[in-house]
Design a protein around this ligand. Structure first.
Ligand SMILES: C[S@@+](CC[C@H](N)C(=O)[O-])C[C@H]1O[C@@H](n2cnc3c(N)ncnc32)[C@H](O)[C@@H]1O
Length: 412
């Protein structure tokens, strides 16, 4: 299919839309104006099957790549049934595949979303039975095909998912601690801080609370030009008429682009168990140990660890972290100074950074809008981002030279 006749929708976390739009433009070599406006929670565009494969393979920011199959007004479940039955599902998959329905709604007047989902399931089964005498079975856990239904007050939209497992599942993160970041959110933080360009200029990056290593591993994959989808399977591989050759050609092109990182990446965590997890995740995240070789992992307390590398005059360094929230922070020398909810951690971190990290820029993802006050630092930027249902800001703090003198004066 060479014309861009597929209507695609790429859902993403709220706040990430503009970064995703830029990523889609870069991946498909298209100007921004050729992509439709980002909607809240995603980006819509026209594309073809090659675009579907490219986006699944290369997107670090979207949750899945959906094909819009129908968009129509409705008033009842019967209308939804008719809309779903008219869709040519049989042009995409056959009756031997399993499928499942996911439904979301905003202001829908219908009483039961489950019943609406059931009617879409019936419509698909009836269409197959009428056409070929057999129907695909439902599998709510490991379905080959996923159909998304979205209802607004008056419109129903049906999508066929080309990704299968959501795209944040890259295939390398097998070991996690508590509150791991989704890979797509880590990638959004890295997009917001301009990491792709910074890494090509050799700017070092350090995550001092790395947990299972998500930020550092995503950063290394970006710096090594490793496509995030190289290590996994996609639903489109089970579409009827799927041609393995063009897909393999895109994978080979992506493999040929991999190179060693120009930037050093550092990651540490106070929990040595987490550092082991992160190390093993990194070993799975790239061919020939490229990712694990790009990251220097260490144990240690973020409040005590000194800069992992000396910055040359005029050179910048990036600190980035998804800190622990609320839980007690068991640190070496500082644990006694902390309140039960870890309140003082940020004040102590700010002091440590001012004293020792001049020239570095710190980026912290936090739901606490008062974080700068707690740290007694003025942020130079705040980027809105959602961590699942939690509204956060990614705060930017510039650690300028001279800040250390202020701290010493205040202590004196
Ligand atoms: C929210 S988790 C980070 C999750 C990580 N981004 C991931 O995706 O797995 C916070 C991490 O901070 C670590 N931590 C807590 N106190 C610390 C300290 N004082 N120094 C360094 N790490 C600390 C915890 O062990 C935990 O792994």
């Amino acid at each position: 299919m060479s014309q861009k006749s597929l209507s695609l929708f790429l859902p993403c976390a709220a706040g990430v839309e503009d970064f995703l739009r830029a990523e889609v433009g870069q991946t498909l070599g298209r100007s921004h104006s050729s992509l439709s406006q980002s909607q809240r929670g995603g980006v819509a565009l026209m594309g073809d099957q090659s675009d579907v494969m490219l986006l699944n393979l290369h997107s670090r920011l979207c949750q899945r790549v959906l094909i819009r199959m129908a968009h129509a007004p409705y008033r009842s479940e019967l209308d939804i049934y008719e809309v779903a039955k008219a869709v040519e599902w049989d042009a995409w998959f056959n009756a031997s595949r399993t499928f499942k329905i996911e439904i979301t709604a905003q202001h829908s007047p219908l009483k039961s979303l489950n019943f609406a989902a059931l009617r879409v399931k019936d419509a698909i089964c009836d269409r197959f039975r009428d056409l070929v005498g057999e129907r695909p079975s439902v599998d709510t856990r490991y379905a080959d095909m996923r159909v998304y239904v979205h209802l607004t007050a008056e419109q129903v939209t049906l999508y066929l998912d080309t990704s299968g497992e959501p795209l944040f599942k890259r295939g390398w993160r097998e070991e996690v601690g508590e509150a791991p970041l989704k890979e797509t959110l880590a990638a959004a933080m890295l997009a917001a801080i301009g990491w792709e360009q910074a890494s090509s200029q050799g700017v070092p990056l350090y995550d001092p609370c790395c947990g299972s290593g998500t930020i550092a591993i995503e950063a290394a994959q970006i710096a090594c030009h490793i496509a995030p989808g190289l290590n996994r399977f996609f639903a489109f591989e089970k579409f009827d008429g799927f041609a393995p050759e063009p897909w393999e050609a895109l994978r080979q092109e992506a493999l040929a682009r991999i190179r060693t990182s120009s930037a050093a990446i550092y990651a540490s965590d106070v929990a040595h168990r987490m550092v082991d997890f992160a190390q093993r995740n990194a070993e799975r995240a790239g061919p020939q140990d490229m990712v694990s070789k790009a990251i220097h992992f260490r144990g240690g307390d973020a409040l005590q660890r000194m800069p992992p590398v000396e910055l040359a005059a005029g050179q910048a360094g990036l600190l980035i972290l998804n800190p622990p929230y609320g839980e007690r922070i068991e640190t070496g020398g500082f644990s006694k100074a902390m309140t039960e909810d870890g309140q003082d951690f940020f004040a102590l971190l700010a002091t440590h950074w001012k004293q020792n990290f001049a020239g570095w820029t710190g980026w912290i993802l936090s739901p606490d809008l008062k974080l700068p006050t707690r740290m007694r630092l003025k942020e130079s930027r705040r980027v809105p981002m959602w961590n699942g249902p939690i509204e956060c800001r990614l705060f930017k703090f510039d650690m300028v030279k001279g800040a250390a003198r202020e701290v010493k004066a205040a202590q004196a």
